[in-house]
Ligand binder design. Structure first.
Ligand SMILES: Cc1cc2nc3c(=O)[nH]c(=O)nc-3n(C[C@H](O)[C@H](O)[C@H](O)COP(=O)(O)O)c2cc1C
Length: 538
C-alpha cells in the first residue's frame, strides 16, 4: 500500500494531529507488514508551495504544467503515485490551515479545464480528472482545540465532500487536541492513540468499523475537566489576567482532574506546598468540584510537601508517586486517606479510558475475595472436628461450592494452594491418617502460607484488598506491599503459635485459637492506617 501523508500542521512532526496519523499508519503496517507499506510525507511547513496565481496556465498547457516552479509538481506526482492520501491537519478557524489550502488550490493541474455535470449532489459543475484516480482512497485526520470535534468541522466536511464525493473518505476528528502533547495525561491519550492504531489496521482490511469510529468520537476528558485544565494551562489568572506562578497553574490543572463523584460528604483540603519555590496553595475538594485557594484562607486536611520538580516528574509518570514517597523525595502530613485513594479523587472524572466503551461490562474478572481462600480451611477444620467420617465428604463439597461460587472472581495463587493442601489432607484422611495429626498439619500449613507469603512473595492479604486501593496498581505500590507484608507476618506468627499451642496443650486449643486472632485483628485495623501515614510523614 502506497501512502502519501500531507501534514498540514505548521508544527511539522511535533503536530498533535501527526501523532494520530503515525498511530494510524502503525495500524496499517501492523496489518499488512512493513514490506507492504510505503509512506511518503509532505510537510506543508517545509515544502515550497506558493499560492496559486489564478492564471490558468496549467489548463492551457497540454501536460497541465504550472507556471510556478516549486515543490507542488512533486506533490502532484505523489498524489498520483499513492493508493491512499492521508490529509493530516489541525482545525484552523473551522477550516484547514492556510498553507494546506494553498496546496489544495495548487492541485488545479490535476483537473482538466472542461466543464462537467456533477451528479453526486455536491453542488453544480465539476472538472474531469487529468489522471486516473479510480480506486484511490482518502483519509482525513484532524485535531481541534475545543472539547469536541462535533459541530466544528462543517467547513472541512464541505471541502472534502466536494473534493472526494460526499462521505467518500474515512475520517478521524478529535477534540481536545492539545492534550496529546501533555506528558501528564499520556495514559488517556495513549489509549486514544491505540484506538487510532486499531482503526488503521481495520482500514488496511477494508474500512474502519462503526464500533471503532464511534469509540474515536468519545471525549478524552469530560468537557468540564478539559476546559478547566485548558484554561489553567496558559499561566494567566482568568480573574485578574495577570501571569501567575507556574506551580499554581500546574496545581489548577491538577485540580481540574478532581472527580466530584469521589466526594463522600467529607470536605477535604489538599495543600500543595512546593518547598523549592516557596509557593503553597490549597485545593478544596467539594461536592461540585475543586477550587484552588492561593490566599491561605483555608486550613489543609492533607499537606504534600514537595519540590515542584519532583511533583512534576511524578505527574509526568517519570517516577511513581509511591516510590518517590518511599524514597522520601516528598512527605505528607495530615489525613493520609486521600493519598491511599488518589486515583479515585484525581482520576479525571471518568474511569473509562477513551474508546473502551465497547469493552465495558465485558467478562473481566472481579477482584479476588479472601473467602475463596478461607472457606476450604474453615470447612475442613469444622467438618473434620464435628464428624471425622462425614468430614472429608463435607469438605470436598464445600471446596466445590466455593470454587463455583467465586468463579467470576480472579483466582489467586493462594486460592489454588489452599484448595490443593485441603484436598491433600482430605485424601490423607481417607487413607487413614489420624485426625489430630491432620489438624496439626493443617494449622502449620495455614500459618506457613501467611508467613512465607509475607517473607518471600506478594503478601497474601495484598491480593484480597487490592480492589479497595486501585486494583493491580496497588501491587506495584511499595508502601501498600510493605504494609501487607507486616500484617501477613503477624497473622502467620499468630496461626503458627496456635498450631504449637494445639500440639503442646490440646485442651487449651479452643481458647487459644479463639483468643489469639483478636489482637492480630486489632493490630491489622490500626496498623494499615498508621503505617502508610507514618512512612509518608518521612
Ligand atoms: C490559528 C489557529 C486557529 C485555530 N482554530 C481552531 C478552531 O477553529 N476550532 C478549534 O477547535 N480549534 C482551533 N485551533 C486549535 C487547533 O486546532 C489545535 O490546537 C490542534 O490540536 C493543533 O494541532 P496540531 O498540533 O496538529 O497543529 C486553532 C489554533 C490556531 C493556532
Amino acid at each position: 500500500m502506497r501512502i502519501l501523508v500531507i501534514n498540514g500542521s505548521p508544527k511539522g512532526e511535533r503536530s498533535n494531529t501527526y501523532r494520530l496519523t503515525q498511530a494510524f499508519i502503525a495500524g496499517i503496517t501492523e496489518q499488512l507488514g512493513k514490506d507492504a507499506v510505503e509512506v511518503l510525507t509532505v510537510e506543508t511547513s517545509k515544502a515550497d508551495i506558493r499560492p496559486c496565481l489564478g492564471c490558468f496556465t496549467c489548463w492551457r498547457s497540454e501536460e497541465g504544467s504550472c507556471c510556478l516552479h516549486d515543490d507542488m509538481a512533486s506533490v502532484i506526482e505523489s498524489r498520483v503515485w499513492a493508493d491512499v492520501t492521508i490529509w493530516s491537519f489541525p482545525l484552523y478557524y473551522f477550516s484547514v490551515p492556510g498553507p494546506l489550502k494553498n496546496l489544495i488550490d495548487r492541485q488545479l493541474p490535476m483537473a482538466l479545464p472542461f466543464m462537467e455535470e456533477r451528479t453526486d449532489g455536491m453542488g453544480n459543475g465539476s472538472h474531469p480528472s487529468r489522471y486516473d484516480m479510480a480506486g484511490k482512497r482518502t483519509v482525513v485526520i484532524s485535531t481541534c482545540g475545543f472539547f469536541t470535534s462535533e459541530g466544528n468541522y462543517d467547513g472541512v466536511h464541505s471541502l472534502f465532500d466536494h473534493l472526494c464525493g460526499r462521505g467518500n473518505y474515512e475520517e478521524i476528528l478529535c477534540g481536545q487536541g492539545e492534550l496529546f502533547r501533555v506528558p501528564e495525561l499520556h495514559e488517556r491519550t495513549d489509549a486514544y492513540l491505540q484506538r487510532v492504531q486499531h482503526a488503521g489496521s481495520e482500514f488496511a482490511q477494508g474500512g474502519i468499523s462503526h464500533e471503532t469510529a464511534e469509540g474515536l468520537k468519545e471525549l478524552l476528558f469530560p468537557r468540564q475537566t478539559f476546559e478547566a485544565m485548558a484554561d489553567a494551562s496558559w499561566g494567566i489568572s482568568r480573574e485578574t489576567g495577570e501571569a501567575e506562578d507556574e506551580a499554581i497553574s500546574f496545581t489548577r490543572q491538577m485540580a481540574a482532574l478532581y472527580n466530584p463523584a469521589s466526594f463522600d460528604g467529607t470536605q477535604r483540603v489538599l495543600e500543595m506546598n512546593y518547598t523549592d519555590r516557596g509557593v503553597s496553595c490549597c485545593i478544596v475538594l467539594g461536592a461540585d468540584g475543586a477550587t484552588v485557594v492561593t490566599d491561605g484562607s483555608v486550613s489543609p486536611t492533607t499537606s504534600i510537601h514537595t519540590p515542584y520538580t519532583v511533583w512534576q516528574e511524578i505527574a509526568q509518570g517519570k517516577v511513581s508517586g509511591v516510590d518517590a514517597l518511599a524514597q522520601h523525595r516528598y512527605s505528607v502530613t495530615g489525613d493520609f486517606d486521600l493519598m491511599m485513594h488518589w486515583d479515585e479523587f484525581f482520576g479525571g472524572g471518568d474511569d473509562d479510558l477513551p474508546g473502551q466503551t465497547a469493552t465495558k461490562g465485558s467478562t473481566a474478572a472481579k477482584p479476588p475475595v479472601m473467602l475463596a481462600m478461607l472457606i476450604p480451611w474453615v470447612a475442613f477444620w469444622t467438618a473434620m472436628s464435628i464428624s471425622p467420617t462425614m468430614g472429608p465428604m463435607i469438605t470436598i463439597i464445600a471446596c466445590a461450592v466455593t470454587t463455583l461460587a467465586f468463579s467470576r472472581h480472579e483466582r489467586t495463587v493462594y486460592d489454588t494452594l489452599s484448595l490443593a493442601v485441603i484436598l491433600g489432607l482430605v485424601a490423607a484422611s481417607l487413607a487413614g491418617a489420624p485426625l489430630a495429626t491432620l489438624l496439626l498439619v493443617s494449622f502449620i500449613a495455614f500459618g506457613l502460607m501467611w508467613l512465607v507469603s509475607a517473607l518471600w512473595f506478594t503478601p497474601l492479604s495484598a491480593y484480597y484488598v487490592k480492589g479497595s486501593y486501585g486494583g493491580d496498581k496497588a501491587l506495584r505500590n511499595v508502601i501498600y506491599i510493605q504494609t501487607n507484608r507486616i500484617i501477613c507476618l503477624v497473622w502467620g506468627i499468630t496461626y503458627l503459635v496456635s498450631a504449637v499451642a494445639a500440639f503442646v496443650a490440646p485442651a487449651a486449643t479452643p481458647v487459644i485459637s479463639e483468643l489469639l486472632p483478636l489482637p492480630a485483628a486489632i493490630f491489622t485495623v490500626v496498623f494499615q492506617r498508621w503505617y502508610p501515614a507514618h512512612v509518608a510523614r518521612g
